[in-house]
Design a protein around this ligand. Structure first.
Ligand code: C2E
Ligand code: MG
Ligand code: MG
Ligand code: MG
Length: 290
């Protein structure tokens, strides 16, 4: 896996660099046009309860099928627009698309939740909550809790008051917020106490070492304890193998997401994947699971 991921990273990096150099400011126009031409789509990666063999939801990860550069990953274009108004348009598109997809799945008898990554700049838009409410209103048959927003821990550190307000407002609309890449931003325990996030996503950098690195194990244990004490969910990202999942479960972390469970997939594959996984979960099913 590592070799393959490394290889593709290099490829994507090159594509991103080519975009930056050859297209320059053109990129922004291309993104606007790309949204209009449906060149963007969300790949879905499952989040599962590894212990009970249940799918708890999917993370929608943006992809760009570029007419000249082929398939692009977020790293190829998100950083180039992160400080630009375009990130707000992309984020807004992602919310609408996730809700549309969840509605379509629900109509087909597939009930699952979908999370979307929200950039700091987008989050700080004064009308974000108003627009979120408008999105939800377009899908009255959908429970708002089907949507979840992921924000970075680092955002919360730089602008605590805005972020606290943001999370509270999302919550009051019924939309839970998760803190992504948790453990990389040095947020203090007291901060977290005042941020009503529903879940902490343990960053893959230390999930990676959970099999044999005692320090990473200590960090995971610490975050699990913190999450439990504050009544938040904890979910590990970057579960790259069955061994990673087992090591996490041994430490008490039962929720996971990663290549070892499934890679992000096209939406059409999701319904069958859920059936397959729940029929024969990777780690079996603990006896006390309902
Ligand atoms: P993230 O939200 O932390 O998403 C997890 C990233 O790790 C995804 O990469 C996913 O494919 C990858 N991943 C999942 N499992 C594994 C694993 O087992 N091992 C390894 N090495 N990696 C794994 P992706 O899709 O390239 O997304 C990268 C980042 O781009 C995301 O990190 C998120 O911060 C950002 N992003 C993705 N979609 C959007 C979007 O719609 N809007 C914004 N603003 N940012 C997005
Ligand atoms: Mg995320
Ligand atoms: Mg993450
Ligand atoms: Mg990340």
């Amino acid at each position: 896996f590592a070799k393959r991921a490394g290889g593709s990273q290099l490829h994507f990096f090159d594509a991103g660099q080519a975009l930056e150099e050859k297209e320059g400011l053109e990129l922004r126009r291309h993104i606007v046009e790309g949204v209009g031409r449906n060149e963007f789509w969300l790949a879905y990666q499952p989040k599962v309860d590894m212990r009970c063999g249940r799918v708890i939801g999917f993370e929608g990860l943006i992809r760009w099928q570029h007419p000249h550069h082929g398939p692009l990953q977020p790293a190829d274009f998100i950083p180039l627009v992160e400080d630009h108004e375009l990130i707000e348009q992309l984020g807004d598109w992602a919310i609408g698309e996730a809700l549309r997809q969840a509605t379509e799945w629900q109509a087909g008898g597939v009930n699952t939740s979908v999370s979307v990554n929200i950039s700091p700049r987008h989050m700080q838009r004064p009308d974000f909550i108003e627009r979120l409410a408008a999105h939800l209103a377009r899908h009255p048959q959908l429970h708002p809790g089907v949507l979840e927003l992921e924000i970075l821990e680092t955002t919360a550190i730089t602008d605590f008051a805005t972020v606290a307000q943001f999370i509270e407002a999302c919550k009051s609309l019924g939309v839970p917020v998760a803190m992504d890449d948790f453990g990389t931003g040095y947020s203090s325990l007291t901060y977290l106490r005042r941020l009503p996030v529903a879940a902490l996503k343990l960053d893959q950098s230390f999930v990676n070492g959970v099999i044999d690195n005692t320090e990473d194990q200590a960090i995971v244990k610490g975050i699990l304890l913190l999450a439990k004490g504050l009544g938040r969910q904890a979910i590990a990202e970057g579960v790259e193998s069955v061994a990673h999942g087992q090591a996490l479960m041994a430490l008490g972390c039962t929720l996971g997401q990663g290549y070892g469970i499934a890679r992000p997939m096209a939406p059409a594959l999701v319904p069958a994947w859920i059936l397959d996984y729940e029929r024969a979960p990777l780690w079996g099913r603990a006896p006390d699971c309902a």
